[in-house]
Design a protein around this ligand. Structure first.
Ligand code: HEM
Length: 456
């Protein structure tokens, strides 16, 4: 690709300049065809064209931010809100009144409601459920059988999120239904985002009917969970109680629709992202046997052979570094978008009001300018004396600023525990028919990872 009009920002210039147009645009489609054909390679090459570049998606101009420093500035600035194509496609799923899609004062109030459930000091209370689910996963497996990692990973991710955040006996059967519904809905949402065929998705075709059924079941499940909790009169100290007791700006209880949207907006990002990361962790363990052996050795040395528990997580530093390195090279969230609320400036470039801006944690985290041997899987790069050389915002898989994932500690604890529990018992081999190439959807995950657990 070539840069067609490079106008580097001049720090001395008083007026910000227009960002350069990335090369390779074709008439009518602009850069859209490249973004559809190979989105990861396309995003990863954009930094060669400038720190901020313009992209043409059909008739529309979108701005891409390509350096760690500027993605941090973008995420921390109040000139940009959550909006853009990714969020618009997700709104059909997440609703308009949930924490993941709301902006401004509504968003601030909602964050205040959900945040306590994810605070560092709240996480140990989830320890017993995380432990139980991590061990239940390995107990489900029989040595040598073929595991479909997509369904196994979804299952444990949904169960942990639902059981920890929405306590309840009913969760066992519901978690299974949630998994099925969420997996179908996510597949359909991504299709609608990249191939926006509008009315065609309303035709009574089998795929559309399946999508609609799954979406309806998801909303029905959430209504059932809320109704059941209300009827029980119980008020356990969990996220659902916090939502049911939340008050709006006037001190009145929040509406039914908002409670519903909040539950959906927390369960959905929570299951897809964690599930994708678990799939990648199993892929890494299967393709890097020396790393699997190191994790097992660390677990043994920390636990002395007893089943690994939540209280061991802090001591599992290598396992934690392996999780971080997996998230660096194979981040679940690979693209994020914002919208400028006002005419503004970024890195010396002008951004018009209303502009959509995209950036890619995938591209940032694989950039040779930030990481030596950037494509090498090397968990030791996260040892403290090496990690200090990583540029600020070059590793932010949970985002930055007021939209940062509330669940960073929660997710890291469960991912480390699950990796430790499965590695203590098994090593993994990919079996024939497995396809671990990257599948680009709303998240990144392996196409169809099939592995065989082999006892050590
Ligand atoms: C590997 C696991 C996860 C990753 C990589 C991840 C990543 C992210 C990222 C990058 C964002 C910020 C989006 C942006 O800046 O535009 C985000 C937001 C969010 N995440 Fe996560 N997430 C994970 C797990 C979870 C879990 C387990 C939950 C809930 C149970 C969750 C709930 C949310 C919510 C509610 C938001 C919206 C926050 C807001 O807009 O204020 N995430 N996540």
């Amino acid at each position: 690709m070539t840069v067609e009009s490079v106008r580097p920002a001049d720090p001395e210039a008083s007026e910000p300049s227009e960002p350069p147009l990335a090369g390779g645009a074709v008439p009518m489609l602009g850069h859209g065809w490249k973004l559809v054909r190979d989105p990861l390679a396309f995003m990863a090459r954009l930094r060669d064209h400038g720190d901020v570049v313009r992209l043409k998606l059909g008739p529309k101009t979108v701005y891409a931010v390509t350096t760690p420093e500027l993605t941090g500035a973008l995420a921390l600035s109040t000139d940009y809100i959550i909006a853009g194509p990714l969020w618009e496609s997700l709104e059909g799923l997440l609703g308009h009144e949930g924490v993941a899609t709301a902006n401004g004062s509504l968003h601030r109030r909602q964050r205040r409601t959900v945040q306590p459930a994810f605070r560092l000091d709240a996480i140990p209370a989830y320890g017993p459920v995380m432990e139980e689910e991590a061990h239940a996963l390995t107990e489900r497996w029989r040595p040598g059988e073929t595991l479909d990692c997509t369904s196994e990973a979804f299952r444990v991710a949904v169960r942990v999120a639902a059981r920890c955040l929405l306590h309840g006996e009913y969760m066992d059967e519901r978690a299974e239904r949630l998994c099925t519904a969420l997996a179908t809905v996510f597949r359909g949402m991504y299709r609608r985002m990249v191939v926006p065929l509008g009315p065609l998705y309303r035709l009574p075709l089998p795929a559309n009917r399946e999508f609609n059924r799954a979406l309806a079941d998801l909303h029905l499940l959430v209504d059932e969970i809320i109704a059941e909790r209300r009827a029980s009169g119980r008020k356990p100290d969990d996220l659902l109680t916090a939502l049911l007791e939340a008050k709006d700006e006037n001190g009145d209880p929040i509406g039914e629709q908002e409670i519903h949207d909040q539950v959906v907006a927390i369960l959905t990002p929570g299951s897809e992202t964690v599930a994708s990361t678990i799939m990648w962790l199993l892929q890494i363990l299967a393709t890097h046997p020396e790393q699997a052996a190191r994790v097992r050795a660390e677990v043994e040395s920390v636990t002395g052979g007893r089943p690994v528990g939540f209280e061991d997580v802090r001591g599992l530093t290598h396992t934690n570094n392996l999780v971080v390195e997996t998230m660096r090279l194979r981040p679940a969230v690979w693209i994020l978008t914002r919208r400028a609320v006002t005419e503004t400036e970024l890195g010396g470039f002008s951004i018009p009001a209303g502009a959509d801006i995209v950036y890619s944690p995938y591209a940032i985290q694989r950039d040779a300018r930030s990481y030596p041997d950037h494509l090498e899987f090397d968990p030791d790069r996260w040892l403290p004396d090496r990690a200090k050389d990583v540029p600020k915002y070059a590793m932010s898989p949970f985002g930055v600023g007021n939209r940062k994932c509330p669940s960073d500690h929660f997710s890291m604890a469960q991912l480390t525990l699950i990796t430790a529990a499965v590695s203590a018992k098994y090593r993994f081999e990919q079996v024939s028919g497995s396809n671990d190439a990257t599948r680009v959807g709303i998240t990144l995950r392996p196409n169809r990872l099939l592995v065989r657990p082999v006892p050590w």
